[in-house]
Each structure stands twice: as C-alpha cells, then as structure tokens.
Design a protein around this ligand. Structure first.
Ligand code: GLU
Length: 457
C-alpha cells in the first residue's frame, strides 16, 4: 500500500514554524517512504476560514520545498460527512442531545462533588421519543454525540476500555475511552466539529499515516473508535511534540508570531527554517541541511522528544549563516540579480562575501559598498589618514592578479613599518567604511585600482 500522509491545517491564518514542523514531518516521512502527501484544508468553519489563507499556506509550503500530490478542501466534501452521519445514526452510534452549555456545566460540577469523573452522563440517551418530539416542537435543535464503545451492553455502565496504538513518535500509547465524554460531532446549527470530517477524509483519501501535534493524542482514542464504527482499519499515528517560544509560550496562527511569511521577509532561508523546524526537540544535532532530501536522511520520528521543544529564533540566523557560507553561486544567481547584483564579477563577488552574510540581502549592501564606496566614510585619525595616502601611492598598476593584496601590503609594510592590525584596519576602513567584513584580499580586486584611489581619505 502506498504510504499516504496529509497536512491538515484550518486556513484561519498564516502558518508558523510549529505548523511547518508538522508539514515537514509528513513530507519527509513521505519522501523516505516514496509516499504521497495530501494537502487538506480543514475549512468546515466557514466563518473563520478564508481562501486567501489557504493560498498563503500553499505558497509557504512551496517556499519550504513541499509540493503536495493532492489538495483537498473539507468545505467541498459535506456530502461525504452527511453520509457518515447517516451511517452512524442508523447504527445507533450518534444520538441527539439538547443540553445547553450551562446545563452541562452544572452537571459536571455535581459529578465532581460526588467524586465522579466530569464526563457527560449520557442523560440524553434516556429521553423518550415523546420527550424528544416535544423538544423539537419547542424549536430546540439537538447537537449530536458519538456513543463511545466503553461499555458491554448498558451505556450507563461504562467501564475501562483501553484503546492502544503504537505511536511513530511516542511508542506504545493508551487512552481509556471511559475517561472521555461522548464527543459532539455535529453542532446544533448542523455544522461539523473537526473530529468526524477528519476521519471520513482519512478513510476516503486512503491516509495510511497520521502525523500531527501531540495536542491530538486524546482525539486519537476517539478517532480510532470512529474509524472502527465506520468499518475502517485505523491508520498508523504519530504525535510529535509542539514547539514553544524560548519563554515556553505556544505558537498561534492567529497572532502571526513566527509566521513563515515573517521569517521569509526577515531574510531567513527556507532550509534554515526547515532544518530548525524538524531537528529541534529531537536527539539529532540542529545543523543546517542544504536540501530536504538531506534533511530526510536525518529525520527519524522516533528520535523526537516527548516534551515541548523550546526554540530560539536566533538559531535561525546561525543556520542561515552556515547555509549562505557554502551556498554555490548557481543557487543564488537569480536572487542576486533581484538585488541588482549581476555581470561578470557577480560570481567572484558572491564567493568573496558569502562567508560574511547573516542574510542574503546583506549581499546587496556589500555590492553597493564595493561599487559606490562606503555607506559612511570612516573617520580616521590624522596619522592613519597619512598612512592610507602613503599606501595608496604604492598601489600596483593594473592588471591585477589574485596576489595583489599580498603584494601591495608587503610593499606598504616595508615602506611604512606598519604591520598587523595597524596596517590593515585603516585600509579596511578606507575601503569599506566598516571595521569588519569579507577578506580584504578578496575585496580589493572587486573595488579595483580606480575605485580604491577614489576612496583616498
Ligand atoms: N485541523 C486540525 C489541526 O490543525 C488537523 C489535525 C489532524 O491532523 O488531524 O489541528
């Protein structure tokens, strides 16, 4: 059977690095198993879901290197959910309930004071046909609960009923169905909660592995029961730990914090995001992989920790530097062109500056410095100004070869007696206006003789 996974966000905001973790776990799992990846939009909440968010999620996934084999929208699949509702009703596994939220709250409190677990007591199952008809007559609309299989013959005599699965991430997992309330699958207004559509889709789309955040572990107990109630074999499950900020706060699509879009706009490379999103909170070292196949090699769901993974956005810059440092010119040529960097020196320039970049866009700054001069002329003390003037008088004639910096500074050393930092710092400041940056030996040929002389302080 072809391994089939899905990533199923609701399109109610832009995805963040935590969502990217789920998407990538699925994508890499599919990659390792030559499987298929379904992009499913859980948009049954038509009020909050928006097509523009679905589009932006697809855009973010493409940017990360994820290209779904299939894209589905739950809002277009209500007929399938309605059919499943009929199946469950016919089997007596979906029953109407009329309690208000206040009534339920009160009942929970009563159960607690009696030392009983605060789960729903299935009171609605006791309603007679006449009572139900009267409620309907009054204009009351029911919500519908799934009767969990946690009893032998009498639903009011529930007993410990363990559901087991071997989790891809967490190993052996158990949920006791008697510890849960019968879940509401359909609301009063006929809209669906997430539980049923998800299972119906997973069955109809042939999903073999559900990999998602560990906030869904309890849902899994219920969903396994639903798969069985609908006559399907449950798929394999894997629940990964969630990412939190360095101070331990959860991430939310609604706040836009650490959205993929903001990271992209901040100049973070897709593979920096992917490497951190996948490797943080696992036993693997967090290091930048250059592409998703390489990351897939390191990816092992079972090496993921069970506790929440704190991550530090500063690490993204560290990974970015590592990636840019070795990035071949061919890979960035087009993006450099968009920064105005092109022509015969573009590749030499790239190789000279890449080791100094936090972000690719910093290359644009270096290009302008080399071409137009320092952004801000350095203020040199009088003696350094004199020294730079003297050094410039010794600048070799062109054509220059790769040794020009070495040859020039050897002459300058001899003539002025300066060496080390006293020699190169004034030259660096005169050439670039900055105290640090790429090797001067690499920069000098890019500035050229004319450009250098134009920088005479
Ligand atoms: N829409 C659900 C969520 O974003 C999907 C969970 C699942 O993967 O089943 O949490």
């Amino acid at each position: 059977m072809t391994v089939t996974v899905r990533f199923a966000p609701s399109p109610t905001g832009r995805i963040h690095i935590g969502n990217a973790r789920t998407a990538l776990f699925n994508w890499l799992f599919a990659l390792r198993n030559r499987g298929r990846f379904i992009q499913r939009f859980d948009d049954t909440d038509t009020e909050r879901s928006r097509q523009e968010f679905a589009d932006s999620i697809l855009y973010d996934l493409h940017w990360l290197g994820i290209f779904p084999d299939q894209t589905e929208y739950q809002s277009r699949r209500f007929a399938s959910y309605d059919a499943a509702v009929e199946t469950l009703k016919a089997a007596g596994l979906l029953y109407p309930c009329y309690e208000t939220a206040e009534e339920l709250d009160l009942r929970r409190k009563v159960r607690r004071t009696r030392g009983m677990p605060p789960v729903y007591g299935r009171e609605a199952l006791k309603l007679t046909d006449d009572e139900r008809a009267a409620l309907d007559q009054d204009g009351r609309r029911p919500h519908w609960r799934f009767l969990l299989p946690n009893f032998v013959s009498d639903p009011f005599e529930s007993e410990r009923t363990e559901v087991h699965w071997n989790d891809l991430v967490r190993g052996e997992e158990t949920v006791d169905l008697a510890s849960l309330s019968d879940p509401v699958l359909v609301r009063e207004d006929g809209t669906y909660l997430y539980t049923l559509p998800s299972v119906v889709d997973d069955i109809e789309m042939g999903v073999t592995h559900i990999i998602r955040g560990d906030d869904h572990v309890t849902n899994t107990g219920v969903q396994i029961a639903l798969f069985k109630a609908l006559g399907a074999e449950p798929p394999v499950f894997g629940h990964h730990n969630l990412l939190t900020t360095a101070s331990g706060e959860g991430l939310s699509k609604r706040t836009g914090a650490l959205s993929i879009e903001s990271l992209r706009d901040g100049g973070i490379e897709p593979m920096s995001v992917a490497s951190l999103a996948v490797l943080v909170g696992t036993s693997e070292n967090v290091a930048a992989a250059t592409n998703l196949s390489e990351l897939a090699e390191k990816f092992d769901p079972a090496s993921t920790s069970k506790s929440a993974a704190k991550f530090d956005p500063d690490e993204l810059v560290v990974l970015n530097r590592a990636l840019l440092h070795h990035m071949p010119f061919a890979e960035v040529r087009d993006r450099l062109m968009l920064l105005g960097i092109s022509g015969e020196h573009a590749e030499t320039f790239w190789v000279a500056v890449r080791g100094n970049l936090d972000r690719l866009s910093d290359a644009g700054t270096w290009w302008r410095i080399l071409r137009d001069g320092p952004q801000q002329a350095a203020e040199l003390p009088e003696e350094d100004r004199e020294f730079v003037g003297q050094a410039f008088d010794l600048l070799p004639e062109e054509p220059w070869d790769g040794d020009v910096w070495k040859d020039w500074t050897a002459k300058v050393r001899k003539a002025t007696g300066r060496k080390g930092k006293a020699l190169f710092m004034p030259l660096r400041l005169a050439l670039t206006g900055l105290e640090s940056g790429p090797e001067l030996a690499d920069l000098l040929p890019l500035v050229g003789r004319e450009g250098t002389l134009a920088r005479r302080p």
